[in-house]
Design a protein around this ligand. Structure first.
Ligand SMILES: Cc1ncc(COP(=O)(O)O)c(C=O)c1O
Length: 411
């Protein structure tokens, strides 16, 4: 099953992804931008069109079969997410538009009720903007303060410094499980233990972890966990907030409207139970169903196998890139997921991206919604290649060829 430490899962699975048969500028598409968004397997595409063709109705309200079946499919997907995350109960799974909305939900509900003047929220220096800005907004509203734990030059969180920043004013610790810009896998178990020792809840931004490794929220004992459907090979516009039931029950609702109520009168509204309390209005029903199918697809493959495959790709790519003297890798933590950010001496990342594109190689060039990370490493932008279950070593070779070609063009 393995050659040179690389499992061959991509060989058998590439055919599941119709877009990978496409060409760009007359060359086979080499898609190395899955950290931005993953491509979709046929089963997910089929689930969406089947639902619209044969099963479509609004949920939770209908007395007729079509609506009841749609409700069942929607709630089945919630059970799939529960299983995927190892959550204790399906009612701990809230559907949101994505990681961004899930974090905003916690900021505006938990944050609104738990934070006051002088309280602190502790994050890290390597967060995506969506795990920075919602906290800044709630800090402005409540007088709380955002505190930032530092990392070293490899992009590794300085855990001792981080621990020293936890104190009696800290009301929440919010950390990315995996950094999107650097690939660093944070020591989340230790972080959770440190915070829980002082009775502080922890939110993990799992946008870059859920697609790439097994996640067990009960084993981690994490309080909130967020991820996005489109990064786990599911549809756009859908995501997940996991929260421990007791915390979710104590939080005020996020948005008001249909479905999130038990009864409404002009005098008093009684809110619905969780999870419905946090799902106001008609949700993205098709998106939820598609997400459930995507997660079942991943579970059939096995998250351990996916993690091993991507680890093999990362070490192959790292070795190849390290061999090019003009390349410097940004983010060299010991524990990394399949993300490799780099700079090439004398060539702007956007120019590299454009040259690669001519050969069908799709990578990301920019600040990756992590401007403080760029500032920390004193670069305006990086090139980022990110790996998924369908990538191959040949595709990394195509990237390396693109880098060598660019160096030649610019020298
Ligand atoms: C670490 C991390 N957090 C949050 C997000 C935001 O996810 P979304 O845009 O799907 O809400 C991303 C997206 O790139 C991410 O990489």
């Amino acid at each position: 099953m393995t050659t040179h430490g690389q499992t061959l899962i991509s060989e058998s699975l590439r055919g599941d992804f119709p877009i990978l048969q496409e060409e760009m500028h007359g060359k086979p598409l080499v898609y190395l931008d899955s950290a931005a968004s993953a491509q979709k397997p046929q089963v997910v595409i089929d689930a969406l069109s089947d639902f619209y063709e044969k099963g479509y109705a609004n949920i939770h309200r209908g007395v007729y079969k079509l609506s009841q079946d749609a409700t069942e499919a929607y709630e089945h997907a919630r059970s799939v997410v529960r299983d995927f995350l190892g959550a204790a109960e399906a009612r701990e799974i809230i559907f949101t538009r994505g990681t961004t909305e899930a974090i905003n939900l916690v900021a505006q509900t938990f944050g609104r009720s738990a934070l006051g003047q002088g309280d602190e929220i502790l994050i890290t220096e390597m967060e995506h903007h969506s795990n920075i800005v919602p906290w800044q907004m709630i800090c402005e509203q409540t007088g709380a303060k955002l505190v930032v734990g530092p990392m070293d030059d490899s992009g590794t969180l300085l855990l001792k410094n981080f621990a020293e920043l936890i104190n009696e004013r800290t009301k929440l610790v919010a950390v990315s499980h995996v950094s999107n810009a650097l690939g660093t896998i944070n020591p989340v178990r230790e972080i959770i233990e440190l915070a829980h020792a002082q009775n502080i809840p922890v939110l993990l931004d799992g946008a870059q972890a859920a697609p790439h490794m097994p996640v067990d929220v009960q084993a981690l004992d994490v309080d909130f966990y967020t991820f996005s459907g489109h990064k786990v090979y599911g549809p756009t516009g859908i995501g997940v907030l996991y929260g421990k039931a007791a915390l979710l029950e104590a939080m005020p609702p996020y948005q008001g409207g249909g479905d999130m109520i038990l009864s409404v009168s002009f005098e008093k509204t009684i809110y619905n139970e969780i999870p419905h309390k946090f799902e106001a209005g008609t949700p993205d029903i098709a998106g939820v169903i598609g997400l459930g199918v995507a997660l079942e697809y991943l579970q059939d493959i096995g998250m351990d196998r996916i993690a091993a495959h991507e680890a093999a790709l990362l070490s192959y790519a790292t070795e190849k890139l390290e061999a090019i003297p003009q390349v410097s890798i940004i983010g060299t933590a010991k524990e990394k997921a399949g993300v490799i950010s780099f700079a090439v001496e004398g060539i702007h990342p956007h120019d590299l991206g454009t040259i690669f594109d001519q050969d069908g190689v799709a990578i990301r060039a920019g600040h990756h919604c992590a401007q403080p990370v760029m500032e920390r490493f004193d670069v305006p932008a990086t090139v980022r290649a990110s790996f998924a279950l369908y990538n191959t070593r040949d595709e990394i070779d195509a990237l390396v060829l693109g880098i060598e070609k660019s160096i030649e063009v610019f020298s």
